[in-house]
Design a protein around this ligand. Structure first.
Ligand code: SF4
Length: 346
């Protein structure tokens, strides 16, 4: 879906800072992250492991545990700043689906009882009405024979069915925003496709806004309207999904796209991004992607890039996009046919 620029976002994350204090160092896991989600929209947050995606998700739900804490920024939701201790007030309005459904379900309670608990807490629905709603929710998420399944325990369900049951529990809160944190990563590809279809159907039917968090660019392409690419705690590119895939503006996005199977002409080996995501232990003093970037030049190691508009509703944090950058002229836009070269060694 497309949204007008003047429309008030449902969720407005601004300059979010989440810091983990360990004995040895401070880790700035989320470092100045900003993005919006509008009503009924699916927005992606994509990056490698350790990039800060899940910490961002947990921050929105108020689930950052010690030794981590939110130390800056705002999380606006329906006019309230959640970081001003407004999570309880909006507890049922935002629900989350985690990667591993077996961790979200309590093994000693039936699936039905867990859904009914959510209905009682968030909607005040009890007794027979709650049982009927639980059956209806299991039916809505595509679980066959829901009247039997509602009486079953999590171990009696397959992994795909468990994730559907977790989504039913999330819907029992009647949320406006569903945060999906790698919801298909623990599932095989067939079940993954079914869960993606289910989320798309639910979004249309319920007019849900969805924040889709994943490392999988294929999932992002299938499931989202807009994308935020996150690297080492920072958003490095934001764009409508189609544009990001056809003409990525940030070298990290290019590299992620090249590593999707089937998108390059590389005959024998799938290109990978060499090196690892650095752990941000302080304020950025350079471009954190520079050690891995095939386009890096001297200034990249001395100057943290700011976001620059690179088109309608698009921006990228890369010095190549700054006015007058000589290096930009030499850069070629990814067309899916070349392999990534290594970064410089400065
Ligand atoms: S600022 Fe430099 S190192 Fe960073 S992504 Fe852009 S070209 Fe690469």
């Amino acid at each position: 879906m497309s949204v007008g620029p003047d429309e008030e976002p449902l969720l407005a994350v601004r300059d979010l800072e989440v810091v983990f204090h360990t004995e040895r160092e401070e880790i700035h896991a989320v470092d100045g992250v900003s993005f919006d989600i509008h009503e009924g929209e699916t927005v992606g947050l994509v990056g490698e492991s350790g990039s800060g995606k899940s910490v961002t998700a947990r921050s929105i739900l108020g689930l950052v545990d010690s030794p981590g804490s939110i130390e800056g920024g705002k999380i606006g939701f329906r006019g309230d700043d959640l970081t001003d201790d407004n999570w309880e007030r909006h507890r049922g309005d935002i629900a989350i689906v985690f990667q591993d459904p077996s961790n979200s379900l309590n093994p000693v309670y039936t699936v039905g009882n867990q859904i009914k608990e959510a209905l009682r807490i968030h909607q005040g629905i009890r007794g027979n009405e709650a049982t009927e709603r639980a059956v209806g929710l299991l039916e809505d998420v595509g679980i066959p024979d829901p009247r039997r399944r509602v009486e079953e325990y999590p171990h009696q369900l397959s992994g795909g069915m468990q994730q559907r049951a977790v989504i039913a529990m999330a819907l029992a809160c009647d949320p406006d925003l569903l945060v999906c944190d790698e919801p298909t990563t623990a599932l095989d590809v067939t079940i993954q496709a079914q869960i993606l279809d289910l989320l798309a159907d639910l979004q249309r039917e319920e007019d849900l806004a969805i924040l889709f968090i994943t490392h999988d660019m294929g999932v992002i392409e299938d499931a989202t309207d807009r994308v935020n690419v996150i690297y080492a705690g920072e958003i490095v590119e934001r764009a409508p999904t189609g544009m990001l895939f056809s003409e990525p503006a940030h070298p990290y996005t290019e590299a992620l796209l090249r590593s999707i199977p089937g998108r390059t002409n590389a005959a024998d080996r799938l290109p990978t991004i060499e090196g690892e995501v650095p752990t941000p232990t302080g304020q950025a003093e350079d471009c954190r992607f520079a050690p891995r970037c095939p386009y890096a030049f001297a200034e990249c190691h001395e100057t943290p890039p700011e976001h620059v508009d690179v088109g309608a509703e698009r921006s990228a944090a890369c010095l190549l996009h700054e006015d007058g950058s000589e290096e930009a002229a030499e850069r070629t836009v990814f067309d899916g046919s070349e392999a990534v070269s290594g970064g410089d060694s400065a």
